[in-house]
Write a protein that binds this ligand. Structure first.
Ligand SMILES: [Zn+2]
Length: 418
């Protein structure tokens, strides 16, 4: 008998990692772990002198065992118990040898498979979770931690802190998580977004650079990778992507702040996120990167002056987002293609996301317009994050509606994801 069931994963890891709310299919057999532990035993062995210790080490070295206590054979001492998990085919031989050597032992667990199944029971028969009552007195797999919803959901990716000195970025990502968790019950928009979309949040993209901006150089921008030939460190993590890499608006000089790196995806941070987004690109419908400062909402292209194929949909999403942002405190954002609104830059994450099939790719440049610049006071975290939440929620809500792109058929062939 084999039972399949759907399960959802929700993992929350702050700082340098991602929050994952996603669904996967988990097959489960009639026996846990395909019955692989049937007949396996756990022996408790107590060598009473140094000679027995040596014999025991040799014995355990000759068969493949899983030491539970101590966790290495080198730590076996006389008069200290050794707990060892022995495969079913080796139990008889080990028992005979121990008896022959007169080493004291007991079979502690006679059928490991049974004990494993006793601990958690069969998943399919357990009440895995409920919204109002979470059972803290049973063990939970990752799959049991999230909200169970349909298996396919569109997803939104948000990253913050690509550039180290832009501290309002990581503050926003954390704010987003807080809001998602706290307002879920009372805010129907948030509840709908959480139910119908998956959000992937990376609170600090450039962890080493961010740390360096706290300890040494407040205005550090790049990563902290070493360069073999130059004393200057770091690569601009927003010029390191494989999209018109190191062309206009990026520097090939390692000491420059916009250094594109020795090759595309040379930075482990960029490589890891690119890999993740490639893997999930069919589901990720919006890529949002949080920067500062300029008070702008930018969309592709960065690397050239041209109109994107789904301009109408993206432009109206941007318009609605800045309107929602303005409604909080009257703060005005400019919006438009990055190349014309800010400047031309190549190798950016936003262009890369768009070129890789994510139809809504945005970069926010948060407050302010230069009065405080990177030193935006902590007192402004709350209003800045509050208004930005409105914009991000608006973009996300837009994913749940249809948008006609107004594209030509030729473009449809080239951009089948739109
Ligand atoms: Zn930036």
């Amino acid at each position: 008998m084999a039972v399949n069931f759907r399960c959802a994963v929700q993992t929350l890891v702050l700082l340098g990692c991602v929050i994952i709310l996603s669904n996967v299919l988990c097959p489960v057999g009639a026996y846990l772990y395909n019955n692989r532990y049937a007949g396996d035993q756990v022996f408790r062995i107590t060598p009473s002198n140094k000679e027995e210790v040596q014999v025991l080490k040799k014995l355990l070295g000759n068969i493949k065992v899983d030491l539970w206590q101590p966790n290495s054979a080198s730590l076996i001492r006389h008069n200290a118990t050794v707990d060892v998990h022995v495969r079913r085919n080796d139990t008889r031989g080990l028992r005979t040898r121990l008896q022959k050597e007169h080493i004291d032992f007991k079979v502690y667990i006679s059928n490991l498979q049974k004990e494993i199944e006793k601990q958690t029971g069969h998943r399919s028969s357990r009440k895995r979770r409920s919204e109002s009552q979470y059972d803290y007195e049973v063990y939970h797999s990752l799959e049991e931690l999230g909200k169970r919803t349909r298996s396919y959901k569109k997803a939104v990716w948000i990253d913050c802190g690509v550039h180290a000195r832009e501290w309002i970025g990581p503050a926003f990502c954390q704010w987003f998580v807080k809001e998602a968790l706290h307002s879920y019950q009372d805010d129907s928009v948030m509840r709908r977004l959480m139910n119908q979309l998956n959000f992937y949040i990376m609170p600090v993209f450039n962890v080493d650079g961010y740390h360096f901006s706290w300890t040494t150089d407040r205005f550090w921008r790049k990563t902290r990778s070493k360069n073999a030939k130059y004393h200057c460190r770091g690569v601009d993590a927003n010029r390191n992507w494989k999209v018109k890499w190191c062309e206009e608006g990026a520097s090939s000089q390692p000491c420059d702040d916009t250094y594109c790196g020795p090759f595309p995806e040379s930075e482990p941070e960029v490589k890891a996120v690119a890999k993740f987004l490639r893997k999930h690109k069919k589901r990720v419908k919006a890529y949002i990167s949080i920067h500062a400062y300029a008070q702008m909402l930018l969309y592709p292209y960065s690397y050239k002056y041209a109109t994107i194929p789904n301009f109408n949909c993206v432009e109206s999403a941007a318009h609605n987002a800045v309107t929602a942002l303005y409604s909080a405190y009257g703060v005005r954002y400019r919006y438009g293609p990055a190349s014309t609104t800010l400047y031309v830059s190549s190798g950016s994450s936003m262009d890369w996301a768009y070129r890789n099939g994510i139809p809504y790719a945005f970069a926010f440049e948060l407050r302010d317009t230069g009065y405080f610049g990177f030193l935006l006071p902590e007192a402004l975290i709350n209003p800045t994050c509050t208004e930005t939440m409105r914009a991000v929620k608006t973009i996300s809500s837009g994913l749940l509606k249809k948008c006609e792109t107004g594209m030509h058929e030729l473009d449809r062939e080239r951009y089948p994801y739109l």
